[in-house]
Design a protein around this ligand. Structure first.
Ligand code: NDP
Ligand code: HSE
Length: 448
């Protein structure tokens, strides 16, 4: 069998994009990991490699091991911003003072920057974007809002035909995680917050998360991009979840609602709404079912109507996913004009991957057998299924109202190849006690 690797024929431009990472914590380490693990895939998309040449971190012991991989290590982030052999700087150290200095220094050197720092952009976005425009470089900041969900690309590119009417969503993973844990496991507030911190979701100062400030940073960026206004963080009405009482979460639940920390910005004839606060959301609404550190953003456009984007809003690799996507965009921008075009099918280099025949595909199955109601029928069914190595995860039997003497035997299988199910059904359908048609549906749990 030929592998995907053997099918790569297109000559690749060998000149790598050289990246310097400042801040080697949750997001910085995830960024290096994703770049290294997916190096070949990224190179196929881009036609050139992206390599990390420099990393800076306050505590040198966190990055000492990287020197053995040939990465230059520093404690001073400005050394990365100014290094002549760094093309792009990834700022993932957080904070609004040194981080700002680092970004402006990189921009002054003609380097594009990718950042996840929403606090910095909410406070100093205008200065940073202005400096970048004057220097003719890019600022990528997809990771700053909703972690791994490419919501900024949606507003900047996908929905540009629309007059955006409102944007609303769950945009702080930590507080959503806390609310979910309190509701589903009955955890108290501080235990749930400690878990969020341990999992790398929370800000260095977690009051930003629980007081709604982080969500307000993000909302001010979303609002600017939805309506073409300035970033107006200072005008966001902000309430957090700290004052929420579990009794109100329970009462809301009994009324058919879930409590979520929402960020909402809406165009009205008199101005824009800009608010972050806990809100009761109908339990049937998709937003209400978004739990854990997941984020979800709804965008209402006049042409498209409501659209919904859901995914991991925090965490090491989900955030790195957005950082690396920005790096790929920056890499495309800095290529020679003729190579700048984003490949229409996403990859610059295509591979021949075999498409599996359906008989080879493995899923779970729902099987419904209309059978004569007599003893031994179910035993016959399970024996034949077992002979085809099909194991069951659930079974139930229901009388069929209309047809006298018939019952429906319903079975759910564990994952098995379609070919095994087809073979078993051929035998089962010949049994005199089994009536037609036998119903076979795929079960897709869509888990990772
Ligand atoms: P961490 O605290 O995990 O990592 C920050 C790293 O930066 C630490 O290793 C720290 O070093 C280093 N650092 C901080 N200040 C300096 C400095 N002055 N000089 C050198 N190194 C410094 O933070 P995260 O990775 O979680 O977050 C980074 C950024 O990404 C923040 O802006 C955050 O808001 C944003 N973000 C985070 C997400 C997440 O899920 N965690 C998601 C989306 C955005 P040391 O430990 O030695 O002090
Ligand atoms: N602390 C943030 C959150 C990280 O919990 O959503 C992602 O921006």
């Amino acid at each position: 069998m030929t592998t995907a690797k053997e099918n790569v024929h297109v000559k690749l431009d060998a000149k790598p994009l050289r990246v310097g990472i400042v801040g080697f914590g949750t997001v910085g380490s995830g960024t290096l990991r994703v770049l290294q693990r997916n190096q070949a895939e990224i190179q196929r998309r881009l036609g050139r490699p992206i390599i990390v040449t420099d990393v800076a971190n306050r505590r040198i012991e966190k990055i000492e091991a990287l020197a053995e991989e040939g990465i230059r290590i520093h404690t001073d982030p400005l050394a990365v911003a100014k290094h002549p052999d760094v093309d792009v700087v990834v700022e993932v150290m957080g904070g609004t003072t040194v981080a700002k200095e680092v970004i402006l220094a990189a921009v002054a050197q003609g380097k594009s920057v990718v950042t996840a720092n929403k606090a910095l952009l909410a406070l100093h976005g205008a200065t940073i974007f202005d400096a970048a425009r004057k220097a003719g470089v890019d600022i990528g900041f997809e990771a700053s809002v909703a972690g791994g969900i490419p919501i900024l690309k949606v507003l900047r590119e996908g929905l540009t035909a629309n007059r955006i009417e409102w944007v609303a969503g769950i945009i702080n993973g930590t507080s959503n995680f806390i609310l979910s844990e309190m509701r589903s496991k009955g955890l108290d507030f501080s235990t749930a917050l400690a878990d969020a911190q341990r999992l790398g979701y929370a800000e260095a100062d977690p009051t930003f998360d629980v007081e709604g400030i982080d969500a307000a940073h993000k909302l001010s960026i979303l609002s600017a991009m939805a309506f073409g206004t300035a970033i107006q963080f200072e005008k966001v009405h902000t309430e957090g979840i700290r004052q929420l009482q579990s009794v109100d979460i329970r009462y809301a639940e009994s009324l058919g609602y879930r409590v979520k920390l929402l960020g909402l910005t809406r165009r009205t004839p008199h101005g824009i709404e800009l608010r972050v606060h806990p809100a009761l959301v109908p339990a049937t609404c998709l937003l209400a079912q978004v739990d854990g550190a997941k984020n979800a953003v709804m965008v209402q456009g006049d042409a498209v109507g409501p659209t919904l984007y859901v995914g991991a809003g925090a965490g090491s690799e989900p955030t790195a996913s957005a950082v690396v996507a920005d790096l790929i965009d920056v890499a495309r921008e800095t290529q020679a004009l003729a190579q700048r075009v984003t490949p229409p099918l996403a990859f610059g280099v295509q591979t021949a991957l075999p498409v599996l025949p359906i008989s080879e595909v493995e899923t779970s199955f729902y099987l419904r057998f209309p059978v004569t109601d007599r003893s031994g029928v179910v035993a016959e069914l399970t024996r034949i299924l077992a002979e085809h190595h099909i194991s069951l995860s659930a079974m139930l039997q229901k009388p069929v109202q209309e047809a006298g003497g018939l019952v429906d035997v319903i079975m759910l299988t564990h994952r098995v190849k379609e070919s095994a199910v087809q073979a078993a059904l051929r035998v089962i359908e010949d049994l005199p006690s089994v009536h037609q048609p036998v119903i076979r549906l795929h079960v897709e749990t869509l888990e990772a």
